[in-house]
Design a protein around this ligand. Structure first.
Ligand SMILES: Cc1cc2nc3c(=O)[nH]c(=O)nc-3n(C[C@H](O)[C@H](O)[C@H](O)COP(=O)(O)OP(=O)(O)OC[C@H]3O[C@@H](n4cnc5c(N)ncnc54)[C@H](O)[C@@H]3O)c2cc1C
Ligand code: FES
Length: 624
């Protein structure tokens, strides 16, 4: 039954695969999962950039790990796509547009968002300064309903991971996700608000922004080093902003740029299943990919980069976005087989394969360590996490939420050793067999994952003359410019001035921020420089629970928590002196997106106001 429904949805939903996943899961178990239910759906097919892909989701935990929000917030729309699901007010007009009456004009307030059905698709209707605007309601990242997000001054921010869409144009303005949504016509007829859309736009949630073609006569070359989101968004921004010269993206990985964050949430996922764009997309838009090539040197005086195969490449403008590389520790035995770090699909797939039924030790109780523990528990014989701190993730979320992580994991069978580290790996015939902790405890270990942080992949820039900090980060200004002419840098490798932290130069390693850096760099290179003004936003997924976080919290002096951690519903405010600098939540959407939206518009939340009421400040969003 589920697959029959899914097959019908393909026609409607195109390549928005996480949403398809949610439809499958809700077809089998309508409504949110209880913790006792298990999911057996395989294979799950979806369209991705117009290619049919196959994902094996064998267990409920797998589905929750990859698509937690789409599972725990199933689509409200019935699964059937037959016309009897349409609103009674729908009709198809003579110009082949589908239209729906949204209500009486006087019923709408300025700043109000309303989800309406046009045909059998959901559209977001907004009134702003007396005008009505309508855009697609499904976020182009993982499909969240935008009507449940945060609205402020013409921008709606997604409730799940903070992507922003302009309600007048449908354009994506902050990330994650690459694509915009469609914009629909709205007219006032006989005192009623009427929304009109053409069926293809209604049915396809994603709109790729128009891009110019490569023009052979334009001899300029922009080289982008790195195959992550910072480079990809920069390439797309250049084409969107009218740059017609050559674009070459060089990556040492052999894969098309992919959704890296899935690697710690679904370790068996294949790179082709999570490609962000198809090869066709790059061909169509004149973006050359030089894959499996490592840049070994940048020679700014010659405007040249050198590659590991001895080749070199000239550039007019260079973007360096080489991301992080896993920190390795000089622990005896760390060269034994089955001691892994996790950054690439190869790492993830090898861990997934070799950990089945084995004793797994994870070094590091931070995001990657815990997400990997989440994935492996139930598949491996034992999963033991070694943390140097007393409480996992307390440095980010505070001790109370840190204990919540611990209890959640222990409840699922993960074992912890805190305030210690691995001092030695032992093995037989080159194969890992034991991990010895600092206090002498010996743990059986067939597989170990070192989740002990990352360092910027900037060694190859050592002699380039670029301004690099002692920790290896490249310093850039608000336009992602480095100290050298025509060289930009973006993503995990940079320290940039963060406007919500008084323009302090900071390093932010979030998927969202890397996209935004790419956009800002692209705008600068295209001659349309804009200062970066994005509020950091990230999320982590643990056993189907998605914790969201916005702001810049390092060095916070107090955590003010509302709600009930044990009830999986809370919001935490991180303060510095009198000001809230970051907000985290679980089960309290869209408060983190509202906070991000307020901060992005320069608003301030004070410690005093959130002591007694966590939401009083939200009303300021409509007054800005
Ligand atoms: C397993 C995992 C899970 C994550 N989960 C989350 C999450 O849930 N939420 C979140 O916000 N963030 C998450 N992150 C962080 C997020 O992935 C990064 O912030 C983001 O990918 C940074 O993008 P980037 O473009 O700067 O670099 P990257 O995505 O790291 O890409 C850098 C690219 O450059 C290539 N490269 C490196 N050196 C060279 C060279 N010399 N020559 C050529 N190519 C080179 C690399 O191979 C890579 O393709 C996760 C990271 C990992 C590893
Ligand atoms: S689903 Fe909207 S930002 Fe992820």
């Amino acid at each position: 039954m589920a697959l029959k429904i899914l097959a019908r949805r393909f026609v409607v939903l195109g390549h928005d695969f996480p949403w398809s996943a949610s439809l499958v899961t809700s077809a089998v178990f309508p409504g949110p999962f209880s913790t006792q239910q298990s999911l057996h759906v395989r294979p799950l097919c979806f369209f991705q950039n117009h290619t049919v892909q196959v994902v094996n989701i064998k267990r409920r935990e797998d589905a929750l790990s990859v698509y937690p929000d789409s599972v725990t917030n199933p689509p409200e729309r019935p699964l059937s796509t037959t016309t009897d699901q349409s609103s009674p007010t729908d009709k198809t007009t003579s110009d082949n547009m589908t239209e729906a009456i949204a209500g009486d004009v006087q019923d709408f307030q300025d700043g109000q968002m309303k989800e309406i059905e046009v045909g059998d698709q959901k559209v977001l209707l907004v009134k702003e300064d007396g005008q009505f605007y309508a855009i697609g309601n499904k976020c182009t990242h993982y499909g969240a309903p935008l009507s449940k997000g945060a609205y402020c001054k013409g921008v709606v921010r997604c409730p799940w991971h903070g992507a922003c869409f302009n309600v007048k144009t449908g354009d994506i303005e902050d990330f994650p996700g690459l694509d915009s949504v469609h914009k629909f016509e709205v007219e006032v007829r006989d005192g009623k608000v009427v929304v009109k859309g053409n069926p293809p736009a209604l049915e396809n949630a994603k709109r790729v922004k128009p891009m110019v073609k490569r023009v052979a006569d334009n001899k300029k070359t922009v080289v982008l080093v790195g195959g992550g989101p910072a480079s990809l968004v920069c390439a797309e921004t250049l084409r969107q902003e009218g740059y017609t010269g050559r674009i070459v993206l060089v990556s040492k990985e052999p894969y098309l740029p992919y959704d890296r964050i899935k690697l710690s949430k679904a370790l068996n996922i294949k790179p082709e299943e999570i490609a962000l764009r198809s090869q066709q997309f790059y061909d169509d838009n004149g973006i050359e990919l030089l894959l499996a090539k490592e840049v070994t040197k940048v020679l700014p005086d010659d405007k040249t980069i050198e590659l590991n195969d001895g080749e070199s490449l000239k550039y007019d403008t260079l973007l360096v976005a080489t991301g992080g590389q896993p920190r390795s520790l000089p622990i005896p035995g760390s060269d034994l087989k089955n001691v892994y770090s996790l950054r690439t699909p190869n790492d993830a797939n090898a861990i997934a394969e070799n950990a089945q039924g084995k004793n797994v030790v994870i070094m590091g109780s931070s995001f990657i360590g815990l997400e990997v523990a989440n994935y492996l528990v139930g598949k491996a014989a034992t999963v033991t996490v070694i943390g140097q701190s007393a409480v996992p993730l307390a440095h980010v979320f505070g001790p109370l939420i840190g204990q919540w992580f611990r209890k959640l994991h222990e409840g699922k069978g993960v074992k912890f050793h805190f305030e210690t580290s691995v001092k030695e790996f032992r093995g037989e015939d080159g194969q890992l067999t034991e991990a010895v902790l600092a206090d002498g405890t010996v743990l059986p270990a067939d597989v170990c994952i070192m989740g002990v942080g990352v360092v910027p992949a900037t060694n190859f820039l050592k002699d380039s003359g670029l301004d690099i900090t002692a920790r290896g980060f490249v310093t850039v200004n608000k336009n992602m410019r480095t100290n050298l002419p025509d060289i930009y840098a973006a993503g995990d490798i940079v320290e940039f001035p963060l406007f919500t932290a008084d323009d302090q130069h900071v390093n932010i390693q979030h998927w969202q921020m890397a996209h935004q850096h790419g956009k800002i760099a692209g705008l600068s290179i295209a001659g349309k420089a804009q200062d970066i003004r994005s509020v950091p936003y990230f999320w982590t997924v643990q056993f189907g629970k998605s914790i969201r976080y916005t702001g810049y919290g390092p060095g916070y002096d107090e955590v003010i928590l509302h709600g009930d951690v044990d009830d999986n519903k809370f919001v935490a405010f991180y303060t510095k002196k009198e000001k809230v600098v970051a907000v985290a939540s679980l089960g309290w959407d869209p408060i983190v997106s509202q906070a991000a939206e307020l901060m992005s518009k320069g608003g301030i939340i004070t410690k005093d106001e959130i002591r007694s009421d966590p939401e009083n400040w939200v009303s300021r969003l409509s007054q800005l």
